[in-house]
Design a protein around this ligand. Sequence first.
Ligand SMILES: NC(=O)c1ccc[n+]([C@@H]2O[C@H](COP(=O)([O-])OP(=O)(O)OC[C@H]3O[C@@H](n4cnc5c(N)ncnc54)[C@H](OP(=O)(O)O)[C@@H]3O)[C@@H](O)[C@H]2O)c1
Length: 330
Amino acid sequence: MRAILCRNYGPIDDLVLDDVPPPELRPGTIKLDVLAAGVNYVDNLIISGRYQVKTPTPFVPGFEFVGRIVDVADDVARDAPHLTVGTRVLVVSGEGGYAEQTVVPAHAAIPVPDEISDGVAATFVQSYLTAVFALRHRARAERGQSLLVLGAGGGVGLAAVDVGASMGLRVFAAASSEEKRQLALDKGAEVAFDVRNDDIKTAVRELVAAEGKTGVDLVYDPVGGDHAETWLRTLGDGGQYLVIGFVAGIPSLPLNHVLLRNRQITGVEWGSWAGRNRADNEALLSEVMHSVAAGQLHPVEPTVYPLERTVDALRDLAERRASGKLVVVP
Ligand SMILES: NC(=O)c1ccc[n+]([C@@H]2O[C@H](COP(=O)([O-])OP(=O)(O)OC[C@H]3O[C@@H](n4cnc5c(N)ncnc54)[C@H](OP(=O)(O)O)[C@@H]3O)[C@@H](O)[C@H]2O)c1
């Protein structure tokens, strides 16, 4: 079967498309025909060896994916009768998605409702659970609060726009291209700013001034980099800066601007929380998946790349050309 192999940590150009023996079923596992695998920023980190969890090489990358069960181990057939051949499941296992087939632990597989397409099932978990965990559990955001989302046309940012709007927040989006800004508006942003050219700090202060506020209540930042201080200063009194990621680099922030207006900086790491709180995370995933199936949350349909163009997909994401989500289909 065909699979993308990461033989050693390094640049994505070192990935190879190879013919490898089909993976073997072991006790406690199921075998899947992969239907679609999401392309996430974290895949780039894992392939280059910069992720906090190191996957032993060689391995097949592909952090989250959806597949159809083609075989189950005997103990799984006995202990998990809902995982039958033909069932469509999503998996977030950190590896294995960029292949025609994969074998995963049965406990990692969640059946997907028919209402959710392969593309959405393969791409919503990381971005949407991060957004819900950040806004509800970490920020304790309340209806009517204002939220500035950076990188709002990317995977994690766009999910925060959708989740924020569904919670009744006033969402302001910032993104670099017209296409990304339109996506954010489509998902419920009130305004979408050009992050390269607009004076966003002044504009959002004007937008919230009528409510007697001195700036936004929440900043959702998966980008980091040189602009972080500006976003910190965009927060009003008591405002909260949600630290989500650092695609543009890890910023340093002047603490005097935290002290001055009683602001807060809040770290968000959904992955490590999920690992330590499995039951809570399963409940969160089940809740979010049902909201998606019911049309209350609206993950974007991803752009499709064939397996042989996996490196192009990873490069388009890394070089900021991707709007919304990308998916690899074997
Ligand atoms: N904390 C958590 O629990 C958690 C969970 C999942 C992911 N993350 C992190 O969230 C971050 C975003 O992930 P993602 O999947 O949303 O990535 P993505 O789809 O590539 O989106 C990132 C956005 O960042 C913006 N950007 C600004 N400067 C950039 C640069 N130098 N290079 C690339 N993009 C740049 C781009 O938007 P514009 O072009 O519009 O500026 C891009 O759309 C990553 O750091 C990831 O590790 C964190």
